[in-house]
Design a protein around this ligand. Structure first.
Ligand code: CA
Length: 219
């Protein structure tokens, strides 16, 4: 899962990047509205955290342009404290949720998890596929009750497949959703990660659809 963080206050942006990265997401960041609009329009994010007061282009305009262009990425807007008109404007412009500043990081993380799982049709914070359980709150994975230790990339890859269980996902799509923009991407490494996941989870859980990609099968 990959998240774009748009915030012009550098201290807050750094806090957001750290907290959201620690929660198992690949992160891109933007500090002004023009950069943010371009990134959101050209990269396939699983969610965006969008501050509304930004240099060069304000958050409401960015959101309206994305929605007019058919970009349906879930967006959590950060609004000024007490500015209820901003919240109304944000929701009307296409925001999926909002959080007034200042906020507790834990609340932002919980809202972000909920947005991402609802966008892929999951109501529960625990994603299940047979005996495999991924808890999006703790980033813990268990198989038939036993904990499975995963690296950050293995976790992101499995999390993406679990969010899209039953659907065949191409290597290109996996690459786009588990790496940040500035990361040196190589779609061959996807095969390596899948191989490692199979060694940890058993060979049959992740199916290969030759020429198409990978699929977690609902048992
Ligand atoms: Ca701001």
């Amino acid at each position: 899962m990959r998240v774009l963080i748009v915030e012009d206050e550098t201290t807050l942006r750094a806090q957001l990047v750290r907290a959201i990265a620690e929660s198992g997401y690949a992160i891109d960041e933007a500090g002004d509205g023009e950069t943010a609009e371009f990134m959101g329009a050209t990269e396939p994010y699983d969610a965006v955290v969008l501050d509304l007061g930004l240099p060069k282009l304000d958050g409401i305009t960015i959101l309206k342009r994305w929605r007019a262009a058919g970009i349906a990425t879930p967006v959590l807007v950060l609004t000024a404290r007490g500015a209820w008109t901003e919240r109304v404007e944000g929701i009307d412009a296409g925001a999926d949720d909002y959080l007034p500043k200042p906020f507790q990081m834990e609340e932002l993380l919980a809202r972000l998890r909920a947005l991402i799982r609802r966008a892929s049709g999951h109501a529960s914070a625990e994603l299940r596929c047979g005996g495999l359980v991924l808890d999006t709150r703790s980033n813990r994975v268990t198989l038939d009750g036993s904990p499975i230790g995963l690296t950050a990339h293995e976790y992101r890859l499995l999390s993406y497949l679990m969010h899209h269980v039953g659907r065949t996902v191409s290597r290109a799509e996996l690459t786009e959703h588990i790496y940040a923009q500035d990361f040196d991407r190589d779609s061959n490494t996807i095969e390596v990660f899948v191989g490692r996941l199979r060694r940890k989870l058993g060979r049959d859980l992740i199916r290969t659809e030759r020429g198409l990609g990978y699929r977690l099968e609902v048992p």
